[in-house]
Design a protein around this ligand. Sequence first.
Ligand code: SF4
Length: 343
Amino acid sequence: MMQKEKLYGKTLNELIAVTKRIGLPGFAARQLADWLYKKEIQTIEEMTNLSKRTRELLSVDYEIGLTAPVNTTESNDGTKKYLYKVLNDKYIETAYIPDDERATICVSSQAGCKMGCVFCMTGKQGFQGNLSSNEILNQFRSLPEFSTLTNMVYMGMGEPLDNITEVLKSLDILTSEWGYAWSPTRITVSTVGLIAGIKEFLEKSRCHLAVSLHSPFDEERKKLMPIQRTNTVAEVLDVIRNFEMNSQRRVSFEYILFKGMNDTPRHIKELARILNGIKCRINIIRFHQIPGSEFQSPDLTATNNFKEALNAKGILTTIRASRGVDIQAACGLLSTLKMNKPE
Ligand code: SF4
């Protein structure tokens, strides 16, 4: 049987094309967007302001296309990890992170990843495919805590800017008035530093950008993140420096702290030098030990000292609270375990 096309995850322009294809008036696309993104329906049958005939016509080739997660793990601190099935036979992870008045969802943008960062389990899986805008947004819409969400980060499996077309579509749906109408300041997209992708993302979206830095030194960063070979820190910073950011928009640099490796005074000095003149912040993340890794987690005092030293240099620096450590919330771990264990 032919698989039906999924309506959920289509932009307004794509919905207009759908209505044209089956001979509906243009305004029907807005009605569809309304049902898909403002009302919580699961089937075309529930679109009750469309005639029965229209719903039947739509159902021939289309379906809504929502799928529930297949597994959940909950941490002592309330963080949850959901596993979704995508691309027919792959698995991706989505994290739900409640925190006082905030509730953040961390979505995946690819199954596996091409970037090969040495500290990451997803990198070790290799690349298995790009998620469609449907599969990206389904993580959000089919999350049991969907209605409580206040923030969204693209920091799960995959490199979002390596799947920029589908990521931009999902952002369009999240932030457009015909979609979820979320403020772009509630959404952050992370990247290892793909220069062309950063340029396109800065131009076509108004969401926050988070660049994984992890070291200010080329040689060292190259060892951690192979992407550094073709996209150097200096080039990435140039793109950001030369882009006129509106005052609402935030650029942050993620910095995973590895004990005795990238936490020295030399690193602090160089970070202050290269980030000079860029309105930004640094988010320090304490490394979570992963199986088979040579890297070690720094202790809390060392982490704090590193943060204070950067703040003293005038760079706004915060430590990201480690969440979900007991359920292996490090990127890519859960789906790797699942893949290693046949059902
Ligand atoms: S850290 Fe992110 S970009 Fe790097 S390999 Fe893992 S998923 Fe890919």
